[in-house]
Ligand binder design. Structure first.
Ligand code: GLU
Length: 417
């Protein structure tokens, strides 16, 4: 890499450039893939509980739709920027291609602090986001979903607002909805479950017995807490540390992830969990564990702390948790990284199932969702592993090669270049 990326989108572009070089990608296709296809910047006026109107900035980036309608979540976060949304939209493009589902990539974001907003304010903001963007999205155009600090209730309000504006009930416009309004069974823990399937495949490849493995999880939101629960309950791994935005907890004997979740729901954080010692987020990342699972925000593993990572497997449940410099260090040190847009693709895969079920008005049982998810995740993992072994490159670069080649083929066949 010539120049160090100065923001997340430049980081995503640099990763693409490396893959493009290896693939000897057509220069026209490469140029198209370096930039988002379309992006929307909107101002959303919201009447706050105190009677004042505040204006929030919102974004939606439609990165690429060569393989199908754009797909990707909406984040509500105080530090949201357009560059972050662009990077995440690019990664959604690679994610959908890696798991080979017929969708493109998109992402949305609103600069706000949902932790300081009332439920009514959040509902008005969610509806306002759709009022501003409804003509740009739709079941055949761009299908949002939950992401950091958005949830099924928010998806329910957004689906309702879109349906009011179009004049008919449109479950296919958004995924991650509550079950009663067209959600899918198995969507709640899909990101974590998909990640666990890739960890199971990794363990087979590396000959690791997961029932004896220790795990540290950074981030205890939807993906992190469900990963802790599934790794504990499904494969018998020991969760020895977890953290959230306020800090972490540690117990070498193992934590009960259900009790930790209960404690977090009651107190607002995992901190001060009985029978555990409080530790910092930085300490958690450097613990001697078999599996380290960054499941929160982006760029937590950098060139500074990557040399100190002692885990054998890094399972990237978050989007973009590792910088390219850190990726190189981990690879050089023999750490097996399961790349984000493979490891966390279970969420969008079950979103795809939800979209299909919604369009057909016919819903599957939970076993069917799990089975189909397992099949897709395992196939995608094996395709990336084969590429990584064949070319002797990291799993991250291999995932880029698989994904970019698929998107490029669709672009060529559609006659874009
Ligand atoms: N926000 C999730 C992701 O980053 C899910 C996206 C979706 O379901 O469309 O993969």
């Amino acid at each position: 890499m010539n120049k160090k990326p100065s923001n997340l989108f430049e980081m995503a572009q640099a990763q693409l450039d490396e893959a493009a070089g290896i693939l000897n990608l057509d220069s026209g296709i490469h140029a198209i893939l370096r930039e988002p296809m379309k992006e929307f910047h909107v101002s959303i006026p919201v009447r706050m509980d105190n009677g004042q109107t505040e204006v929030f900035k919102g974004f939606r980036v439609q990165y690429n739709n060569a393989r199908g309608p754009c797909k990707g979540g909406i984040r509500f976060h105080p530090d949201e920027t357009i560059d972050v949304v662009r990077a995440l939209a690019a990664w959604m493009t690679w994610k959908c291609a890696t798991v080979d589902i017929p969708l493109g990539g998109g992402k949305g974001g609103v600069i706000c602090n949902p932790k300081e907003m009332s439920e009514g304010e959040l509902e008005r903001l969610s509806r306002g986001y759709i009022d501003a963007l409804w003509e740009c999205i739709g079941p055949d155009r761009d299908i949002p979903a939950p992401d950091v600090y958005t949830n099924p209730q928010i998806m329910g309000w957004m689906m309702d607002e879109y349906s009011k504006l179009t004049g008919y009930c449109t479950p296919g416009v958004i995924t991650g909805k509550p079950l009663a309004v067209g959600g899918s069974l198995g969507r709640d823990d899909a990101t974590a479950r998909g990640g666990v399937y890739t960890i199971i495949e990794t363990a087979k490849h590396l000959n690791i017995d997961l029932s004896k493995a220790t795990v540290a999880i950074q981030g205890y939101g939807n993906a992190g807490s469900n990963a802790a629960i599934l790794l504990n309950d499904m494969v018998g791994s020991k969760i020895i540390a977890v953290s959230d935005s306020k800090g972490g907890i540690y117990n070498q004997q193992g934590l009960d992830p259900h009790q930790v979740l209960k404690h977090k729901t009651e107190t607002g954080s995992v901190l001060n969990f009985p029978e555990a010692e409080n530790i910092s987020d930085a300490e958690l990342l450097e613990l001697s564990v078999d599996i380290l699972c960054p499941a929160g925000l982006e760029t937590v593993l950098t060139e500074k702390n990557a040399p100190k990572v002692k885990a054998r497997i890094v399972a990237e449940l978050a989007n973009g948790p590792t910088t390219p410099e850190a990726d190189e260090i981990l690879y050089y040190n023999g750490v097996f990284s399961i790349p984000d847009f493979l490891c966390n693709a279970g969420g969008v895969t079950v979103s795809y199932f939800e979209w299909v079920q919604g369009l057909n008005r016919y819903y599957w049982d939970e076993d069917e969702v799990h089975q189909r998810l397992g099949k897709i995740m395992t196939k995608a993992f094996q395709a990336v592993l084969a590429e990584s072994l064949k070319r002797k490159i990291s799993m991250k670069l291999a995932a880029y090669i698989v994904a970019v080649a698929r998107v490029a083929e669709a672009m060529r066949l559609r006659g874009w270049v």
